[in-house]
Design a protein around this ligand. Structure first.
Ligand SMILES: NCc1[nH]cc(CCC(=O)O)c1CC(=O)O
Length: 312
């Protein structure tokens, strides 16, 4: 039945994958609670991105992670939505001029999960086993830890990847534990990698919210749900990535933690074949998050040299 409704309080743009929808609904819930408005007052618009459409080729080949955000960012520019909710891991290193990452939801567990029916851990997997992953970082780290294991590229959403293990198409895969938890699939994780040996991707487990930089109304609305600790960690991690010029094509890992007003960051670059890795760390004041991250990134860029990622 047609119903005259007042304009929405604010409008969210999101991809349509199950994980993206979870993130959009979580943002909607938090905004509704923080501002005392009904859920229905916060519109959710699902936007199909090129990344959702091109499913058959590895992401690094078809143009990287901008593919998952471009159409949503266009909707922001067009004024069709006010804010975009992303897995911050999938956000481009350099956002388009006029857009900004202004808020974060509290971070989920950052660890990578090992999913396998044949062994409890990567270390216990028989030589010659096949690990499927879409992530260059995970592939390179698997090679580094287990050069005797074959890494193949698989794409698709979380369900698709789990099915490939289930059907035996691959012996194991690695997924963000955060995504599994959010989808109610935590029990699919066979084991979890300690961050000390398997450093997560920049932004892993953190939901990032983007809006038009000059849109002070939306920025004020988002400030009410922003998790400052997560945003500080993300600031350091993303500055690290930016200094390295990281895209989906480069196996880079980075993870920051915050305790009080102090921040610790670890960063790593690794060759796709796992043969060489360089790692660094920074500790400092949260207020220096950006500078600490950038400094760590510059160090690794220098240590890696100009050809570190060149063979890709
Ligand atoms: N690239 C896909 C993607 N983007 C965010 C997550 C997981 C959730 C998160 O890290 O916040 C995933 C799936 C995965 O890496 O397993």
């Amino acid at each position: 039945m047609a119903q005259s409704s007042s304009p929405p309080f604010v409008r969210i743009g999101t991809r349509g994958s199950p994980l993206a929808l979870w993130q959009a609904h979580e943002t909607q819930k938090r905004l509704a609670a923080a501002h005392g408005v009904p859920l229905e007052a916060i519109a959710i618009t699902v936007i199909k991105t090129s990344g959702d459409i091109i499913q058959d080729r590895p992401l690094a080949e078809v143009g990287g992670k901008g593919l998952f955000t471009k159409e949503i960012e266009q909707a922001l520019f067009d004024g069709a939505v006010d804010l975009a909710v992303h897995s911050s891991k999938d956000m481009e290193t350099n956002l388009p001029d006029g857009l900004a990452l202004v808020a974060c939801l509290p971070r989920e567990d950052v660890r990578d999960a090992f999913i396998c029916k044949k062994a409890k851990t990567l270390a216990a997997l028989p030589a010659g086993s096949v690990v499927g992953t879409a992530s260059l970082r995970r592939g390179a780290m698997v090679k580094r830890l287990r050069p005797d294991i074959e890494v193949v590229s698989i794409r698709g959403n979380v369900d698709t990847r789990l099915r490939k293990v289930e059907t035996g198409e691959v012996d194991a895969t690695l997924l963000a534990y955060a995504g599994l938890k959010r989808l109610g699939l935590a029990d699919k994780a066979t084991s979890l990698f300690d961050v000390a040996i398997f450093l997560p991707a920049v932004g892993q487990g953190a939901v990032g919210i983007e809006c038009r930089e000059a849109d002070t109304r939306t920025r004020d609305i988002l400030a009410a749900i922003d998790d400052g600790v997560t945003r500080t960690a993300l600031t350091a991690e993303r500055a690290f990535l930016r200094a390295l010029d990281g895209s989906c094509r480069t196996p880079i890992a980075g993870h920051a933690t915050v305790a009080g007003d102090r921040l610790s960051l670890r960063g790593l670059i690794v060759k796709t074949d796992g043969s060489i890795a360089h790692e660094t760390a920074r500790d400092g004041a949260c207020a220096e998050a950006e500078a600490l991250g950038a400094d760590a990134g510059r160090e690794l860029k220098e240590r890696g040299g100009p050809d570190f990622f060149a063979h890709l």
